[in-house]
Design a protein around this ligand. Structure first.
Ligand code: ADP
Length: 192
């Protein structure tokens, strides 16, 4: 079986979530955001939500073991069999290695990894204007630090696998969408 799996990487505030939602609708595949899934779990008070809350509030990564079953279950759902966009996962090298093993196990593939690049000054300003509960200045700084220490190495991991595309996330929303769509389109056009 063949699918079109896409991973979106980028620092918090790069516009990943917004672009992932637009691209998912355009190519008719589900947008899988681990941040959204965790916020929903927290809002509905599930066991996962209770365990995750303090980490999310502080801007720390939630322990890997809480994410692994969540991702496995989500990728096995019916709507994910033709493809998906992962937004917020993998967020460290251990998660990237887990994802590789999982995809082999469930006979799915990741076709390309899109890395949205935006400079720090843009990021803080964008996040502060967004106003989510974890978007106060202290948590933002913590999330950026966590990003550079733990998530940025994931870029190199995919670079070595030759399926990384870096896109400038600083132009207008429409321009960034167009740049992303141009990279992604061939993966949907080519016969599987
Ligand atoms: P942002 O893009 O602003 O970082 P997200 O919605 O992707 O926001 O994530 C919000 C929070 O959810 C993170 O700060 C972290 O606590 C938690 N989180 C999301 N995805 C993961 C993950 N793959 N591993 C660990 N924690 C995660």
């Amino acid at each position: 079986m063949s699918n079109s799996g896409l991973i979106f990487l980028g620092p918090p505030g790069a516009g990943k979530g917004t672009q992932a939602a637009i691209i998912a609708a355009k190519f008719n595949i589900p947008h899988i955001s681990t941040g959204e899934m965790l916020r929903e779990a927290i809002a509905s008070g599930t066991t996962l939500g209770q365990k995750a809350q303090s980490y999310v509030d502080k801007g720390e990564l939630v322990p890997d073991e809480l994410l692994l079953d969540l991702i496995r279950d989500r990728l096995l759902q019916a709507d994910a069999q033709q493809g998906w966009i992962l937004d917020g996962f993998p967020r460290n090298l251990a998660q990237a290695e887990f994802l590789d093993q999982l995809l082999t196990e469930i006979s799915q593939t990741c076709d390309c990894v899109l890395n949205l690049q935006v400079s720090d000054e843009f990021l803080v300003a964008r996040l502060l204007s967004r106003g989510r509960k974890d978007d106060n200045e202290e948590t933002i700084r913590r999330r950026l630090k966590v990003y550079y220490e733990q998530t940025a190495p994931v870029i190199g991991y995919y670079q070595n696998k030759n399926n990384l595309y870096t896109i400038d996330g600083s132009p207008t929303l429409e321009e960034v969408t167009a740049a992303l769509a141009q990279v992604i389109k061939p993966f949907f056009d080519s016969p599987k």
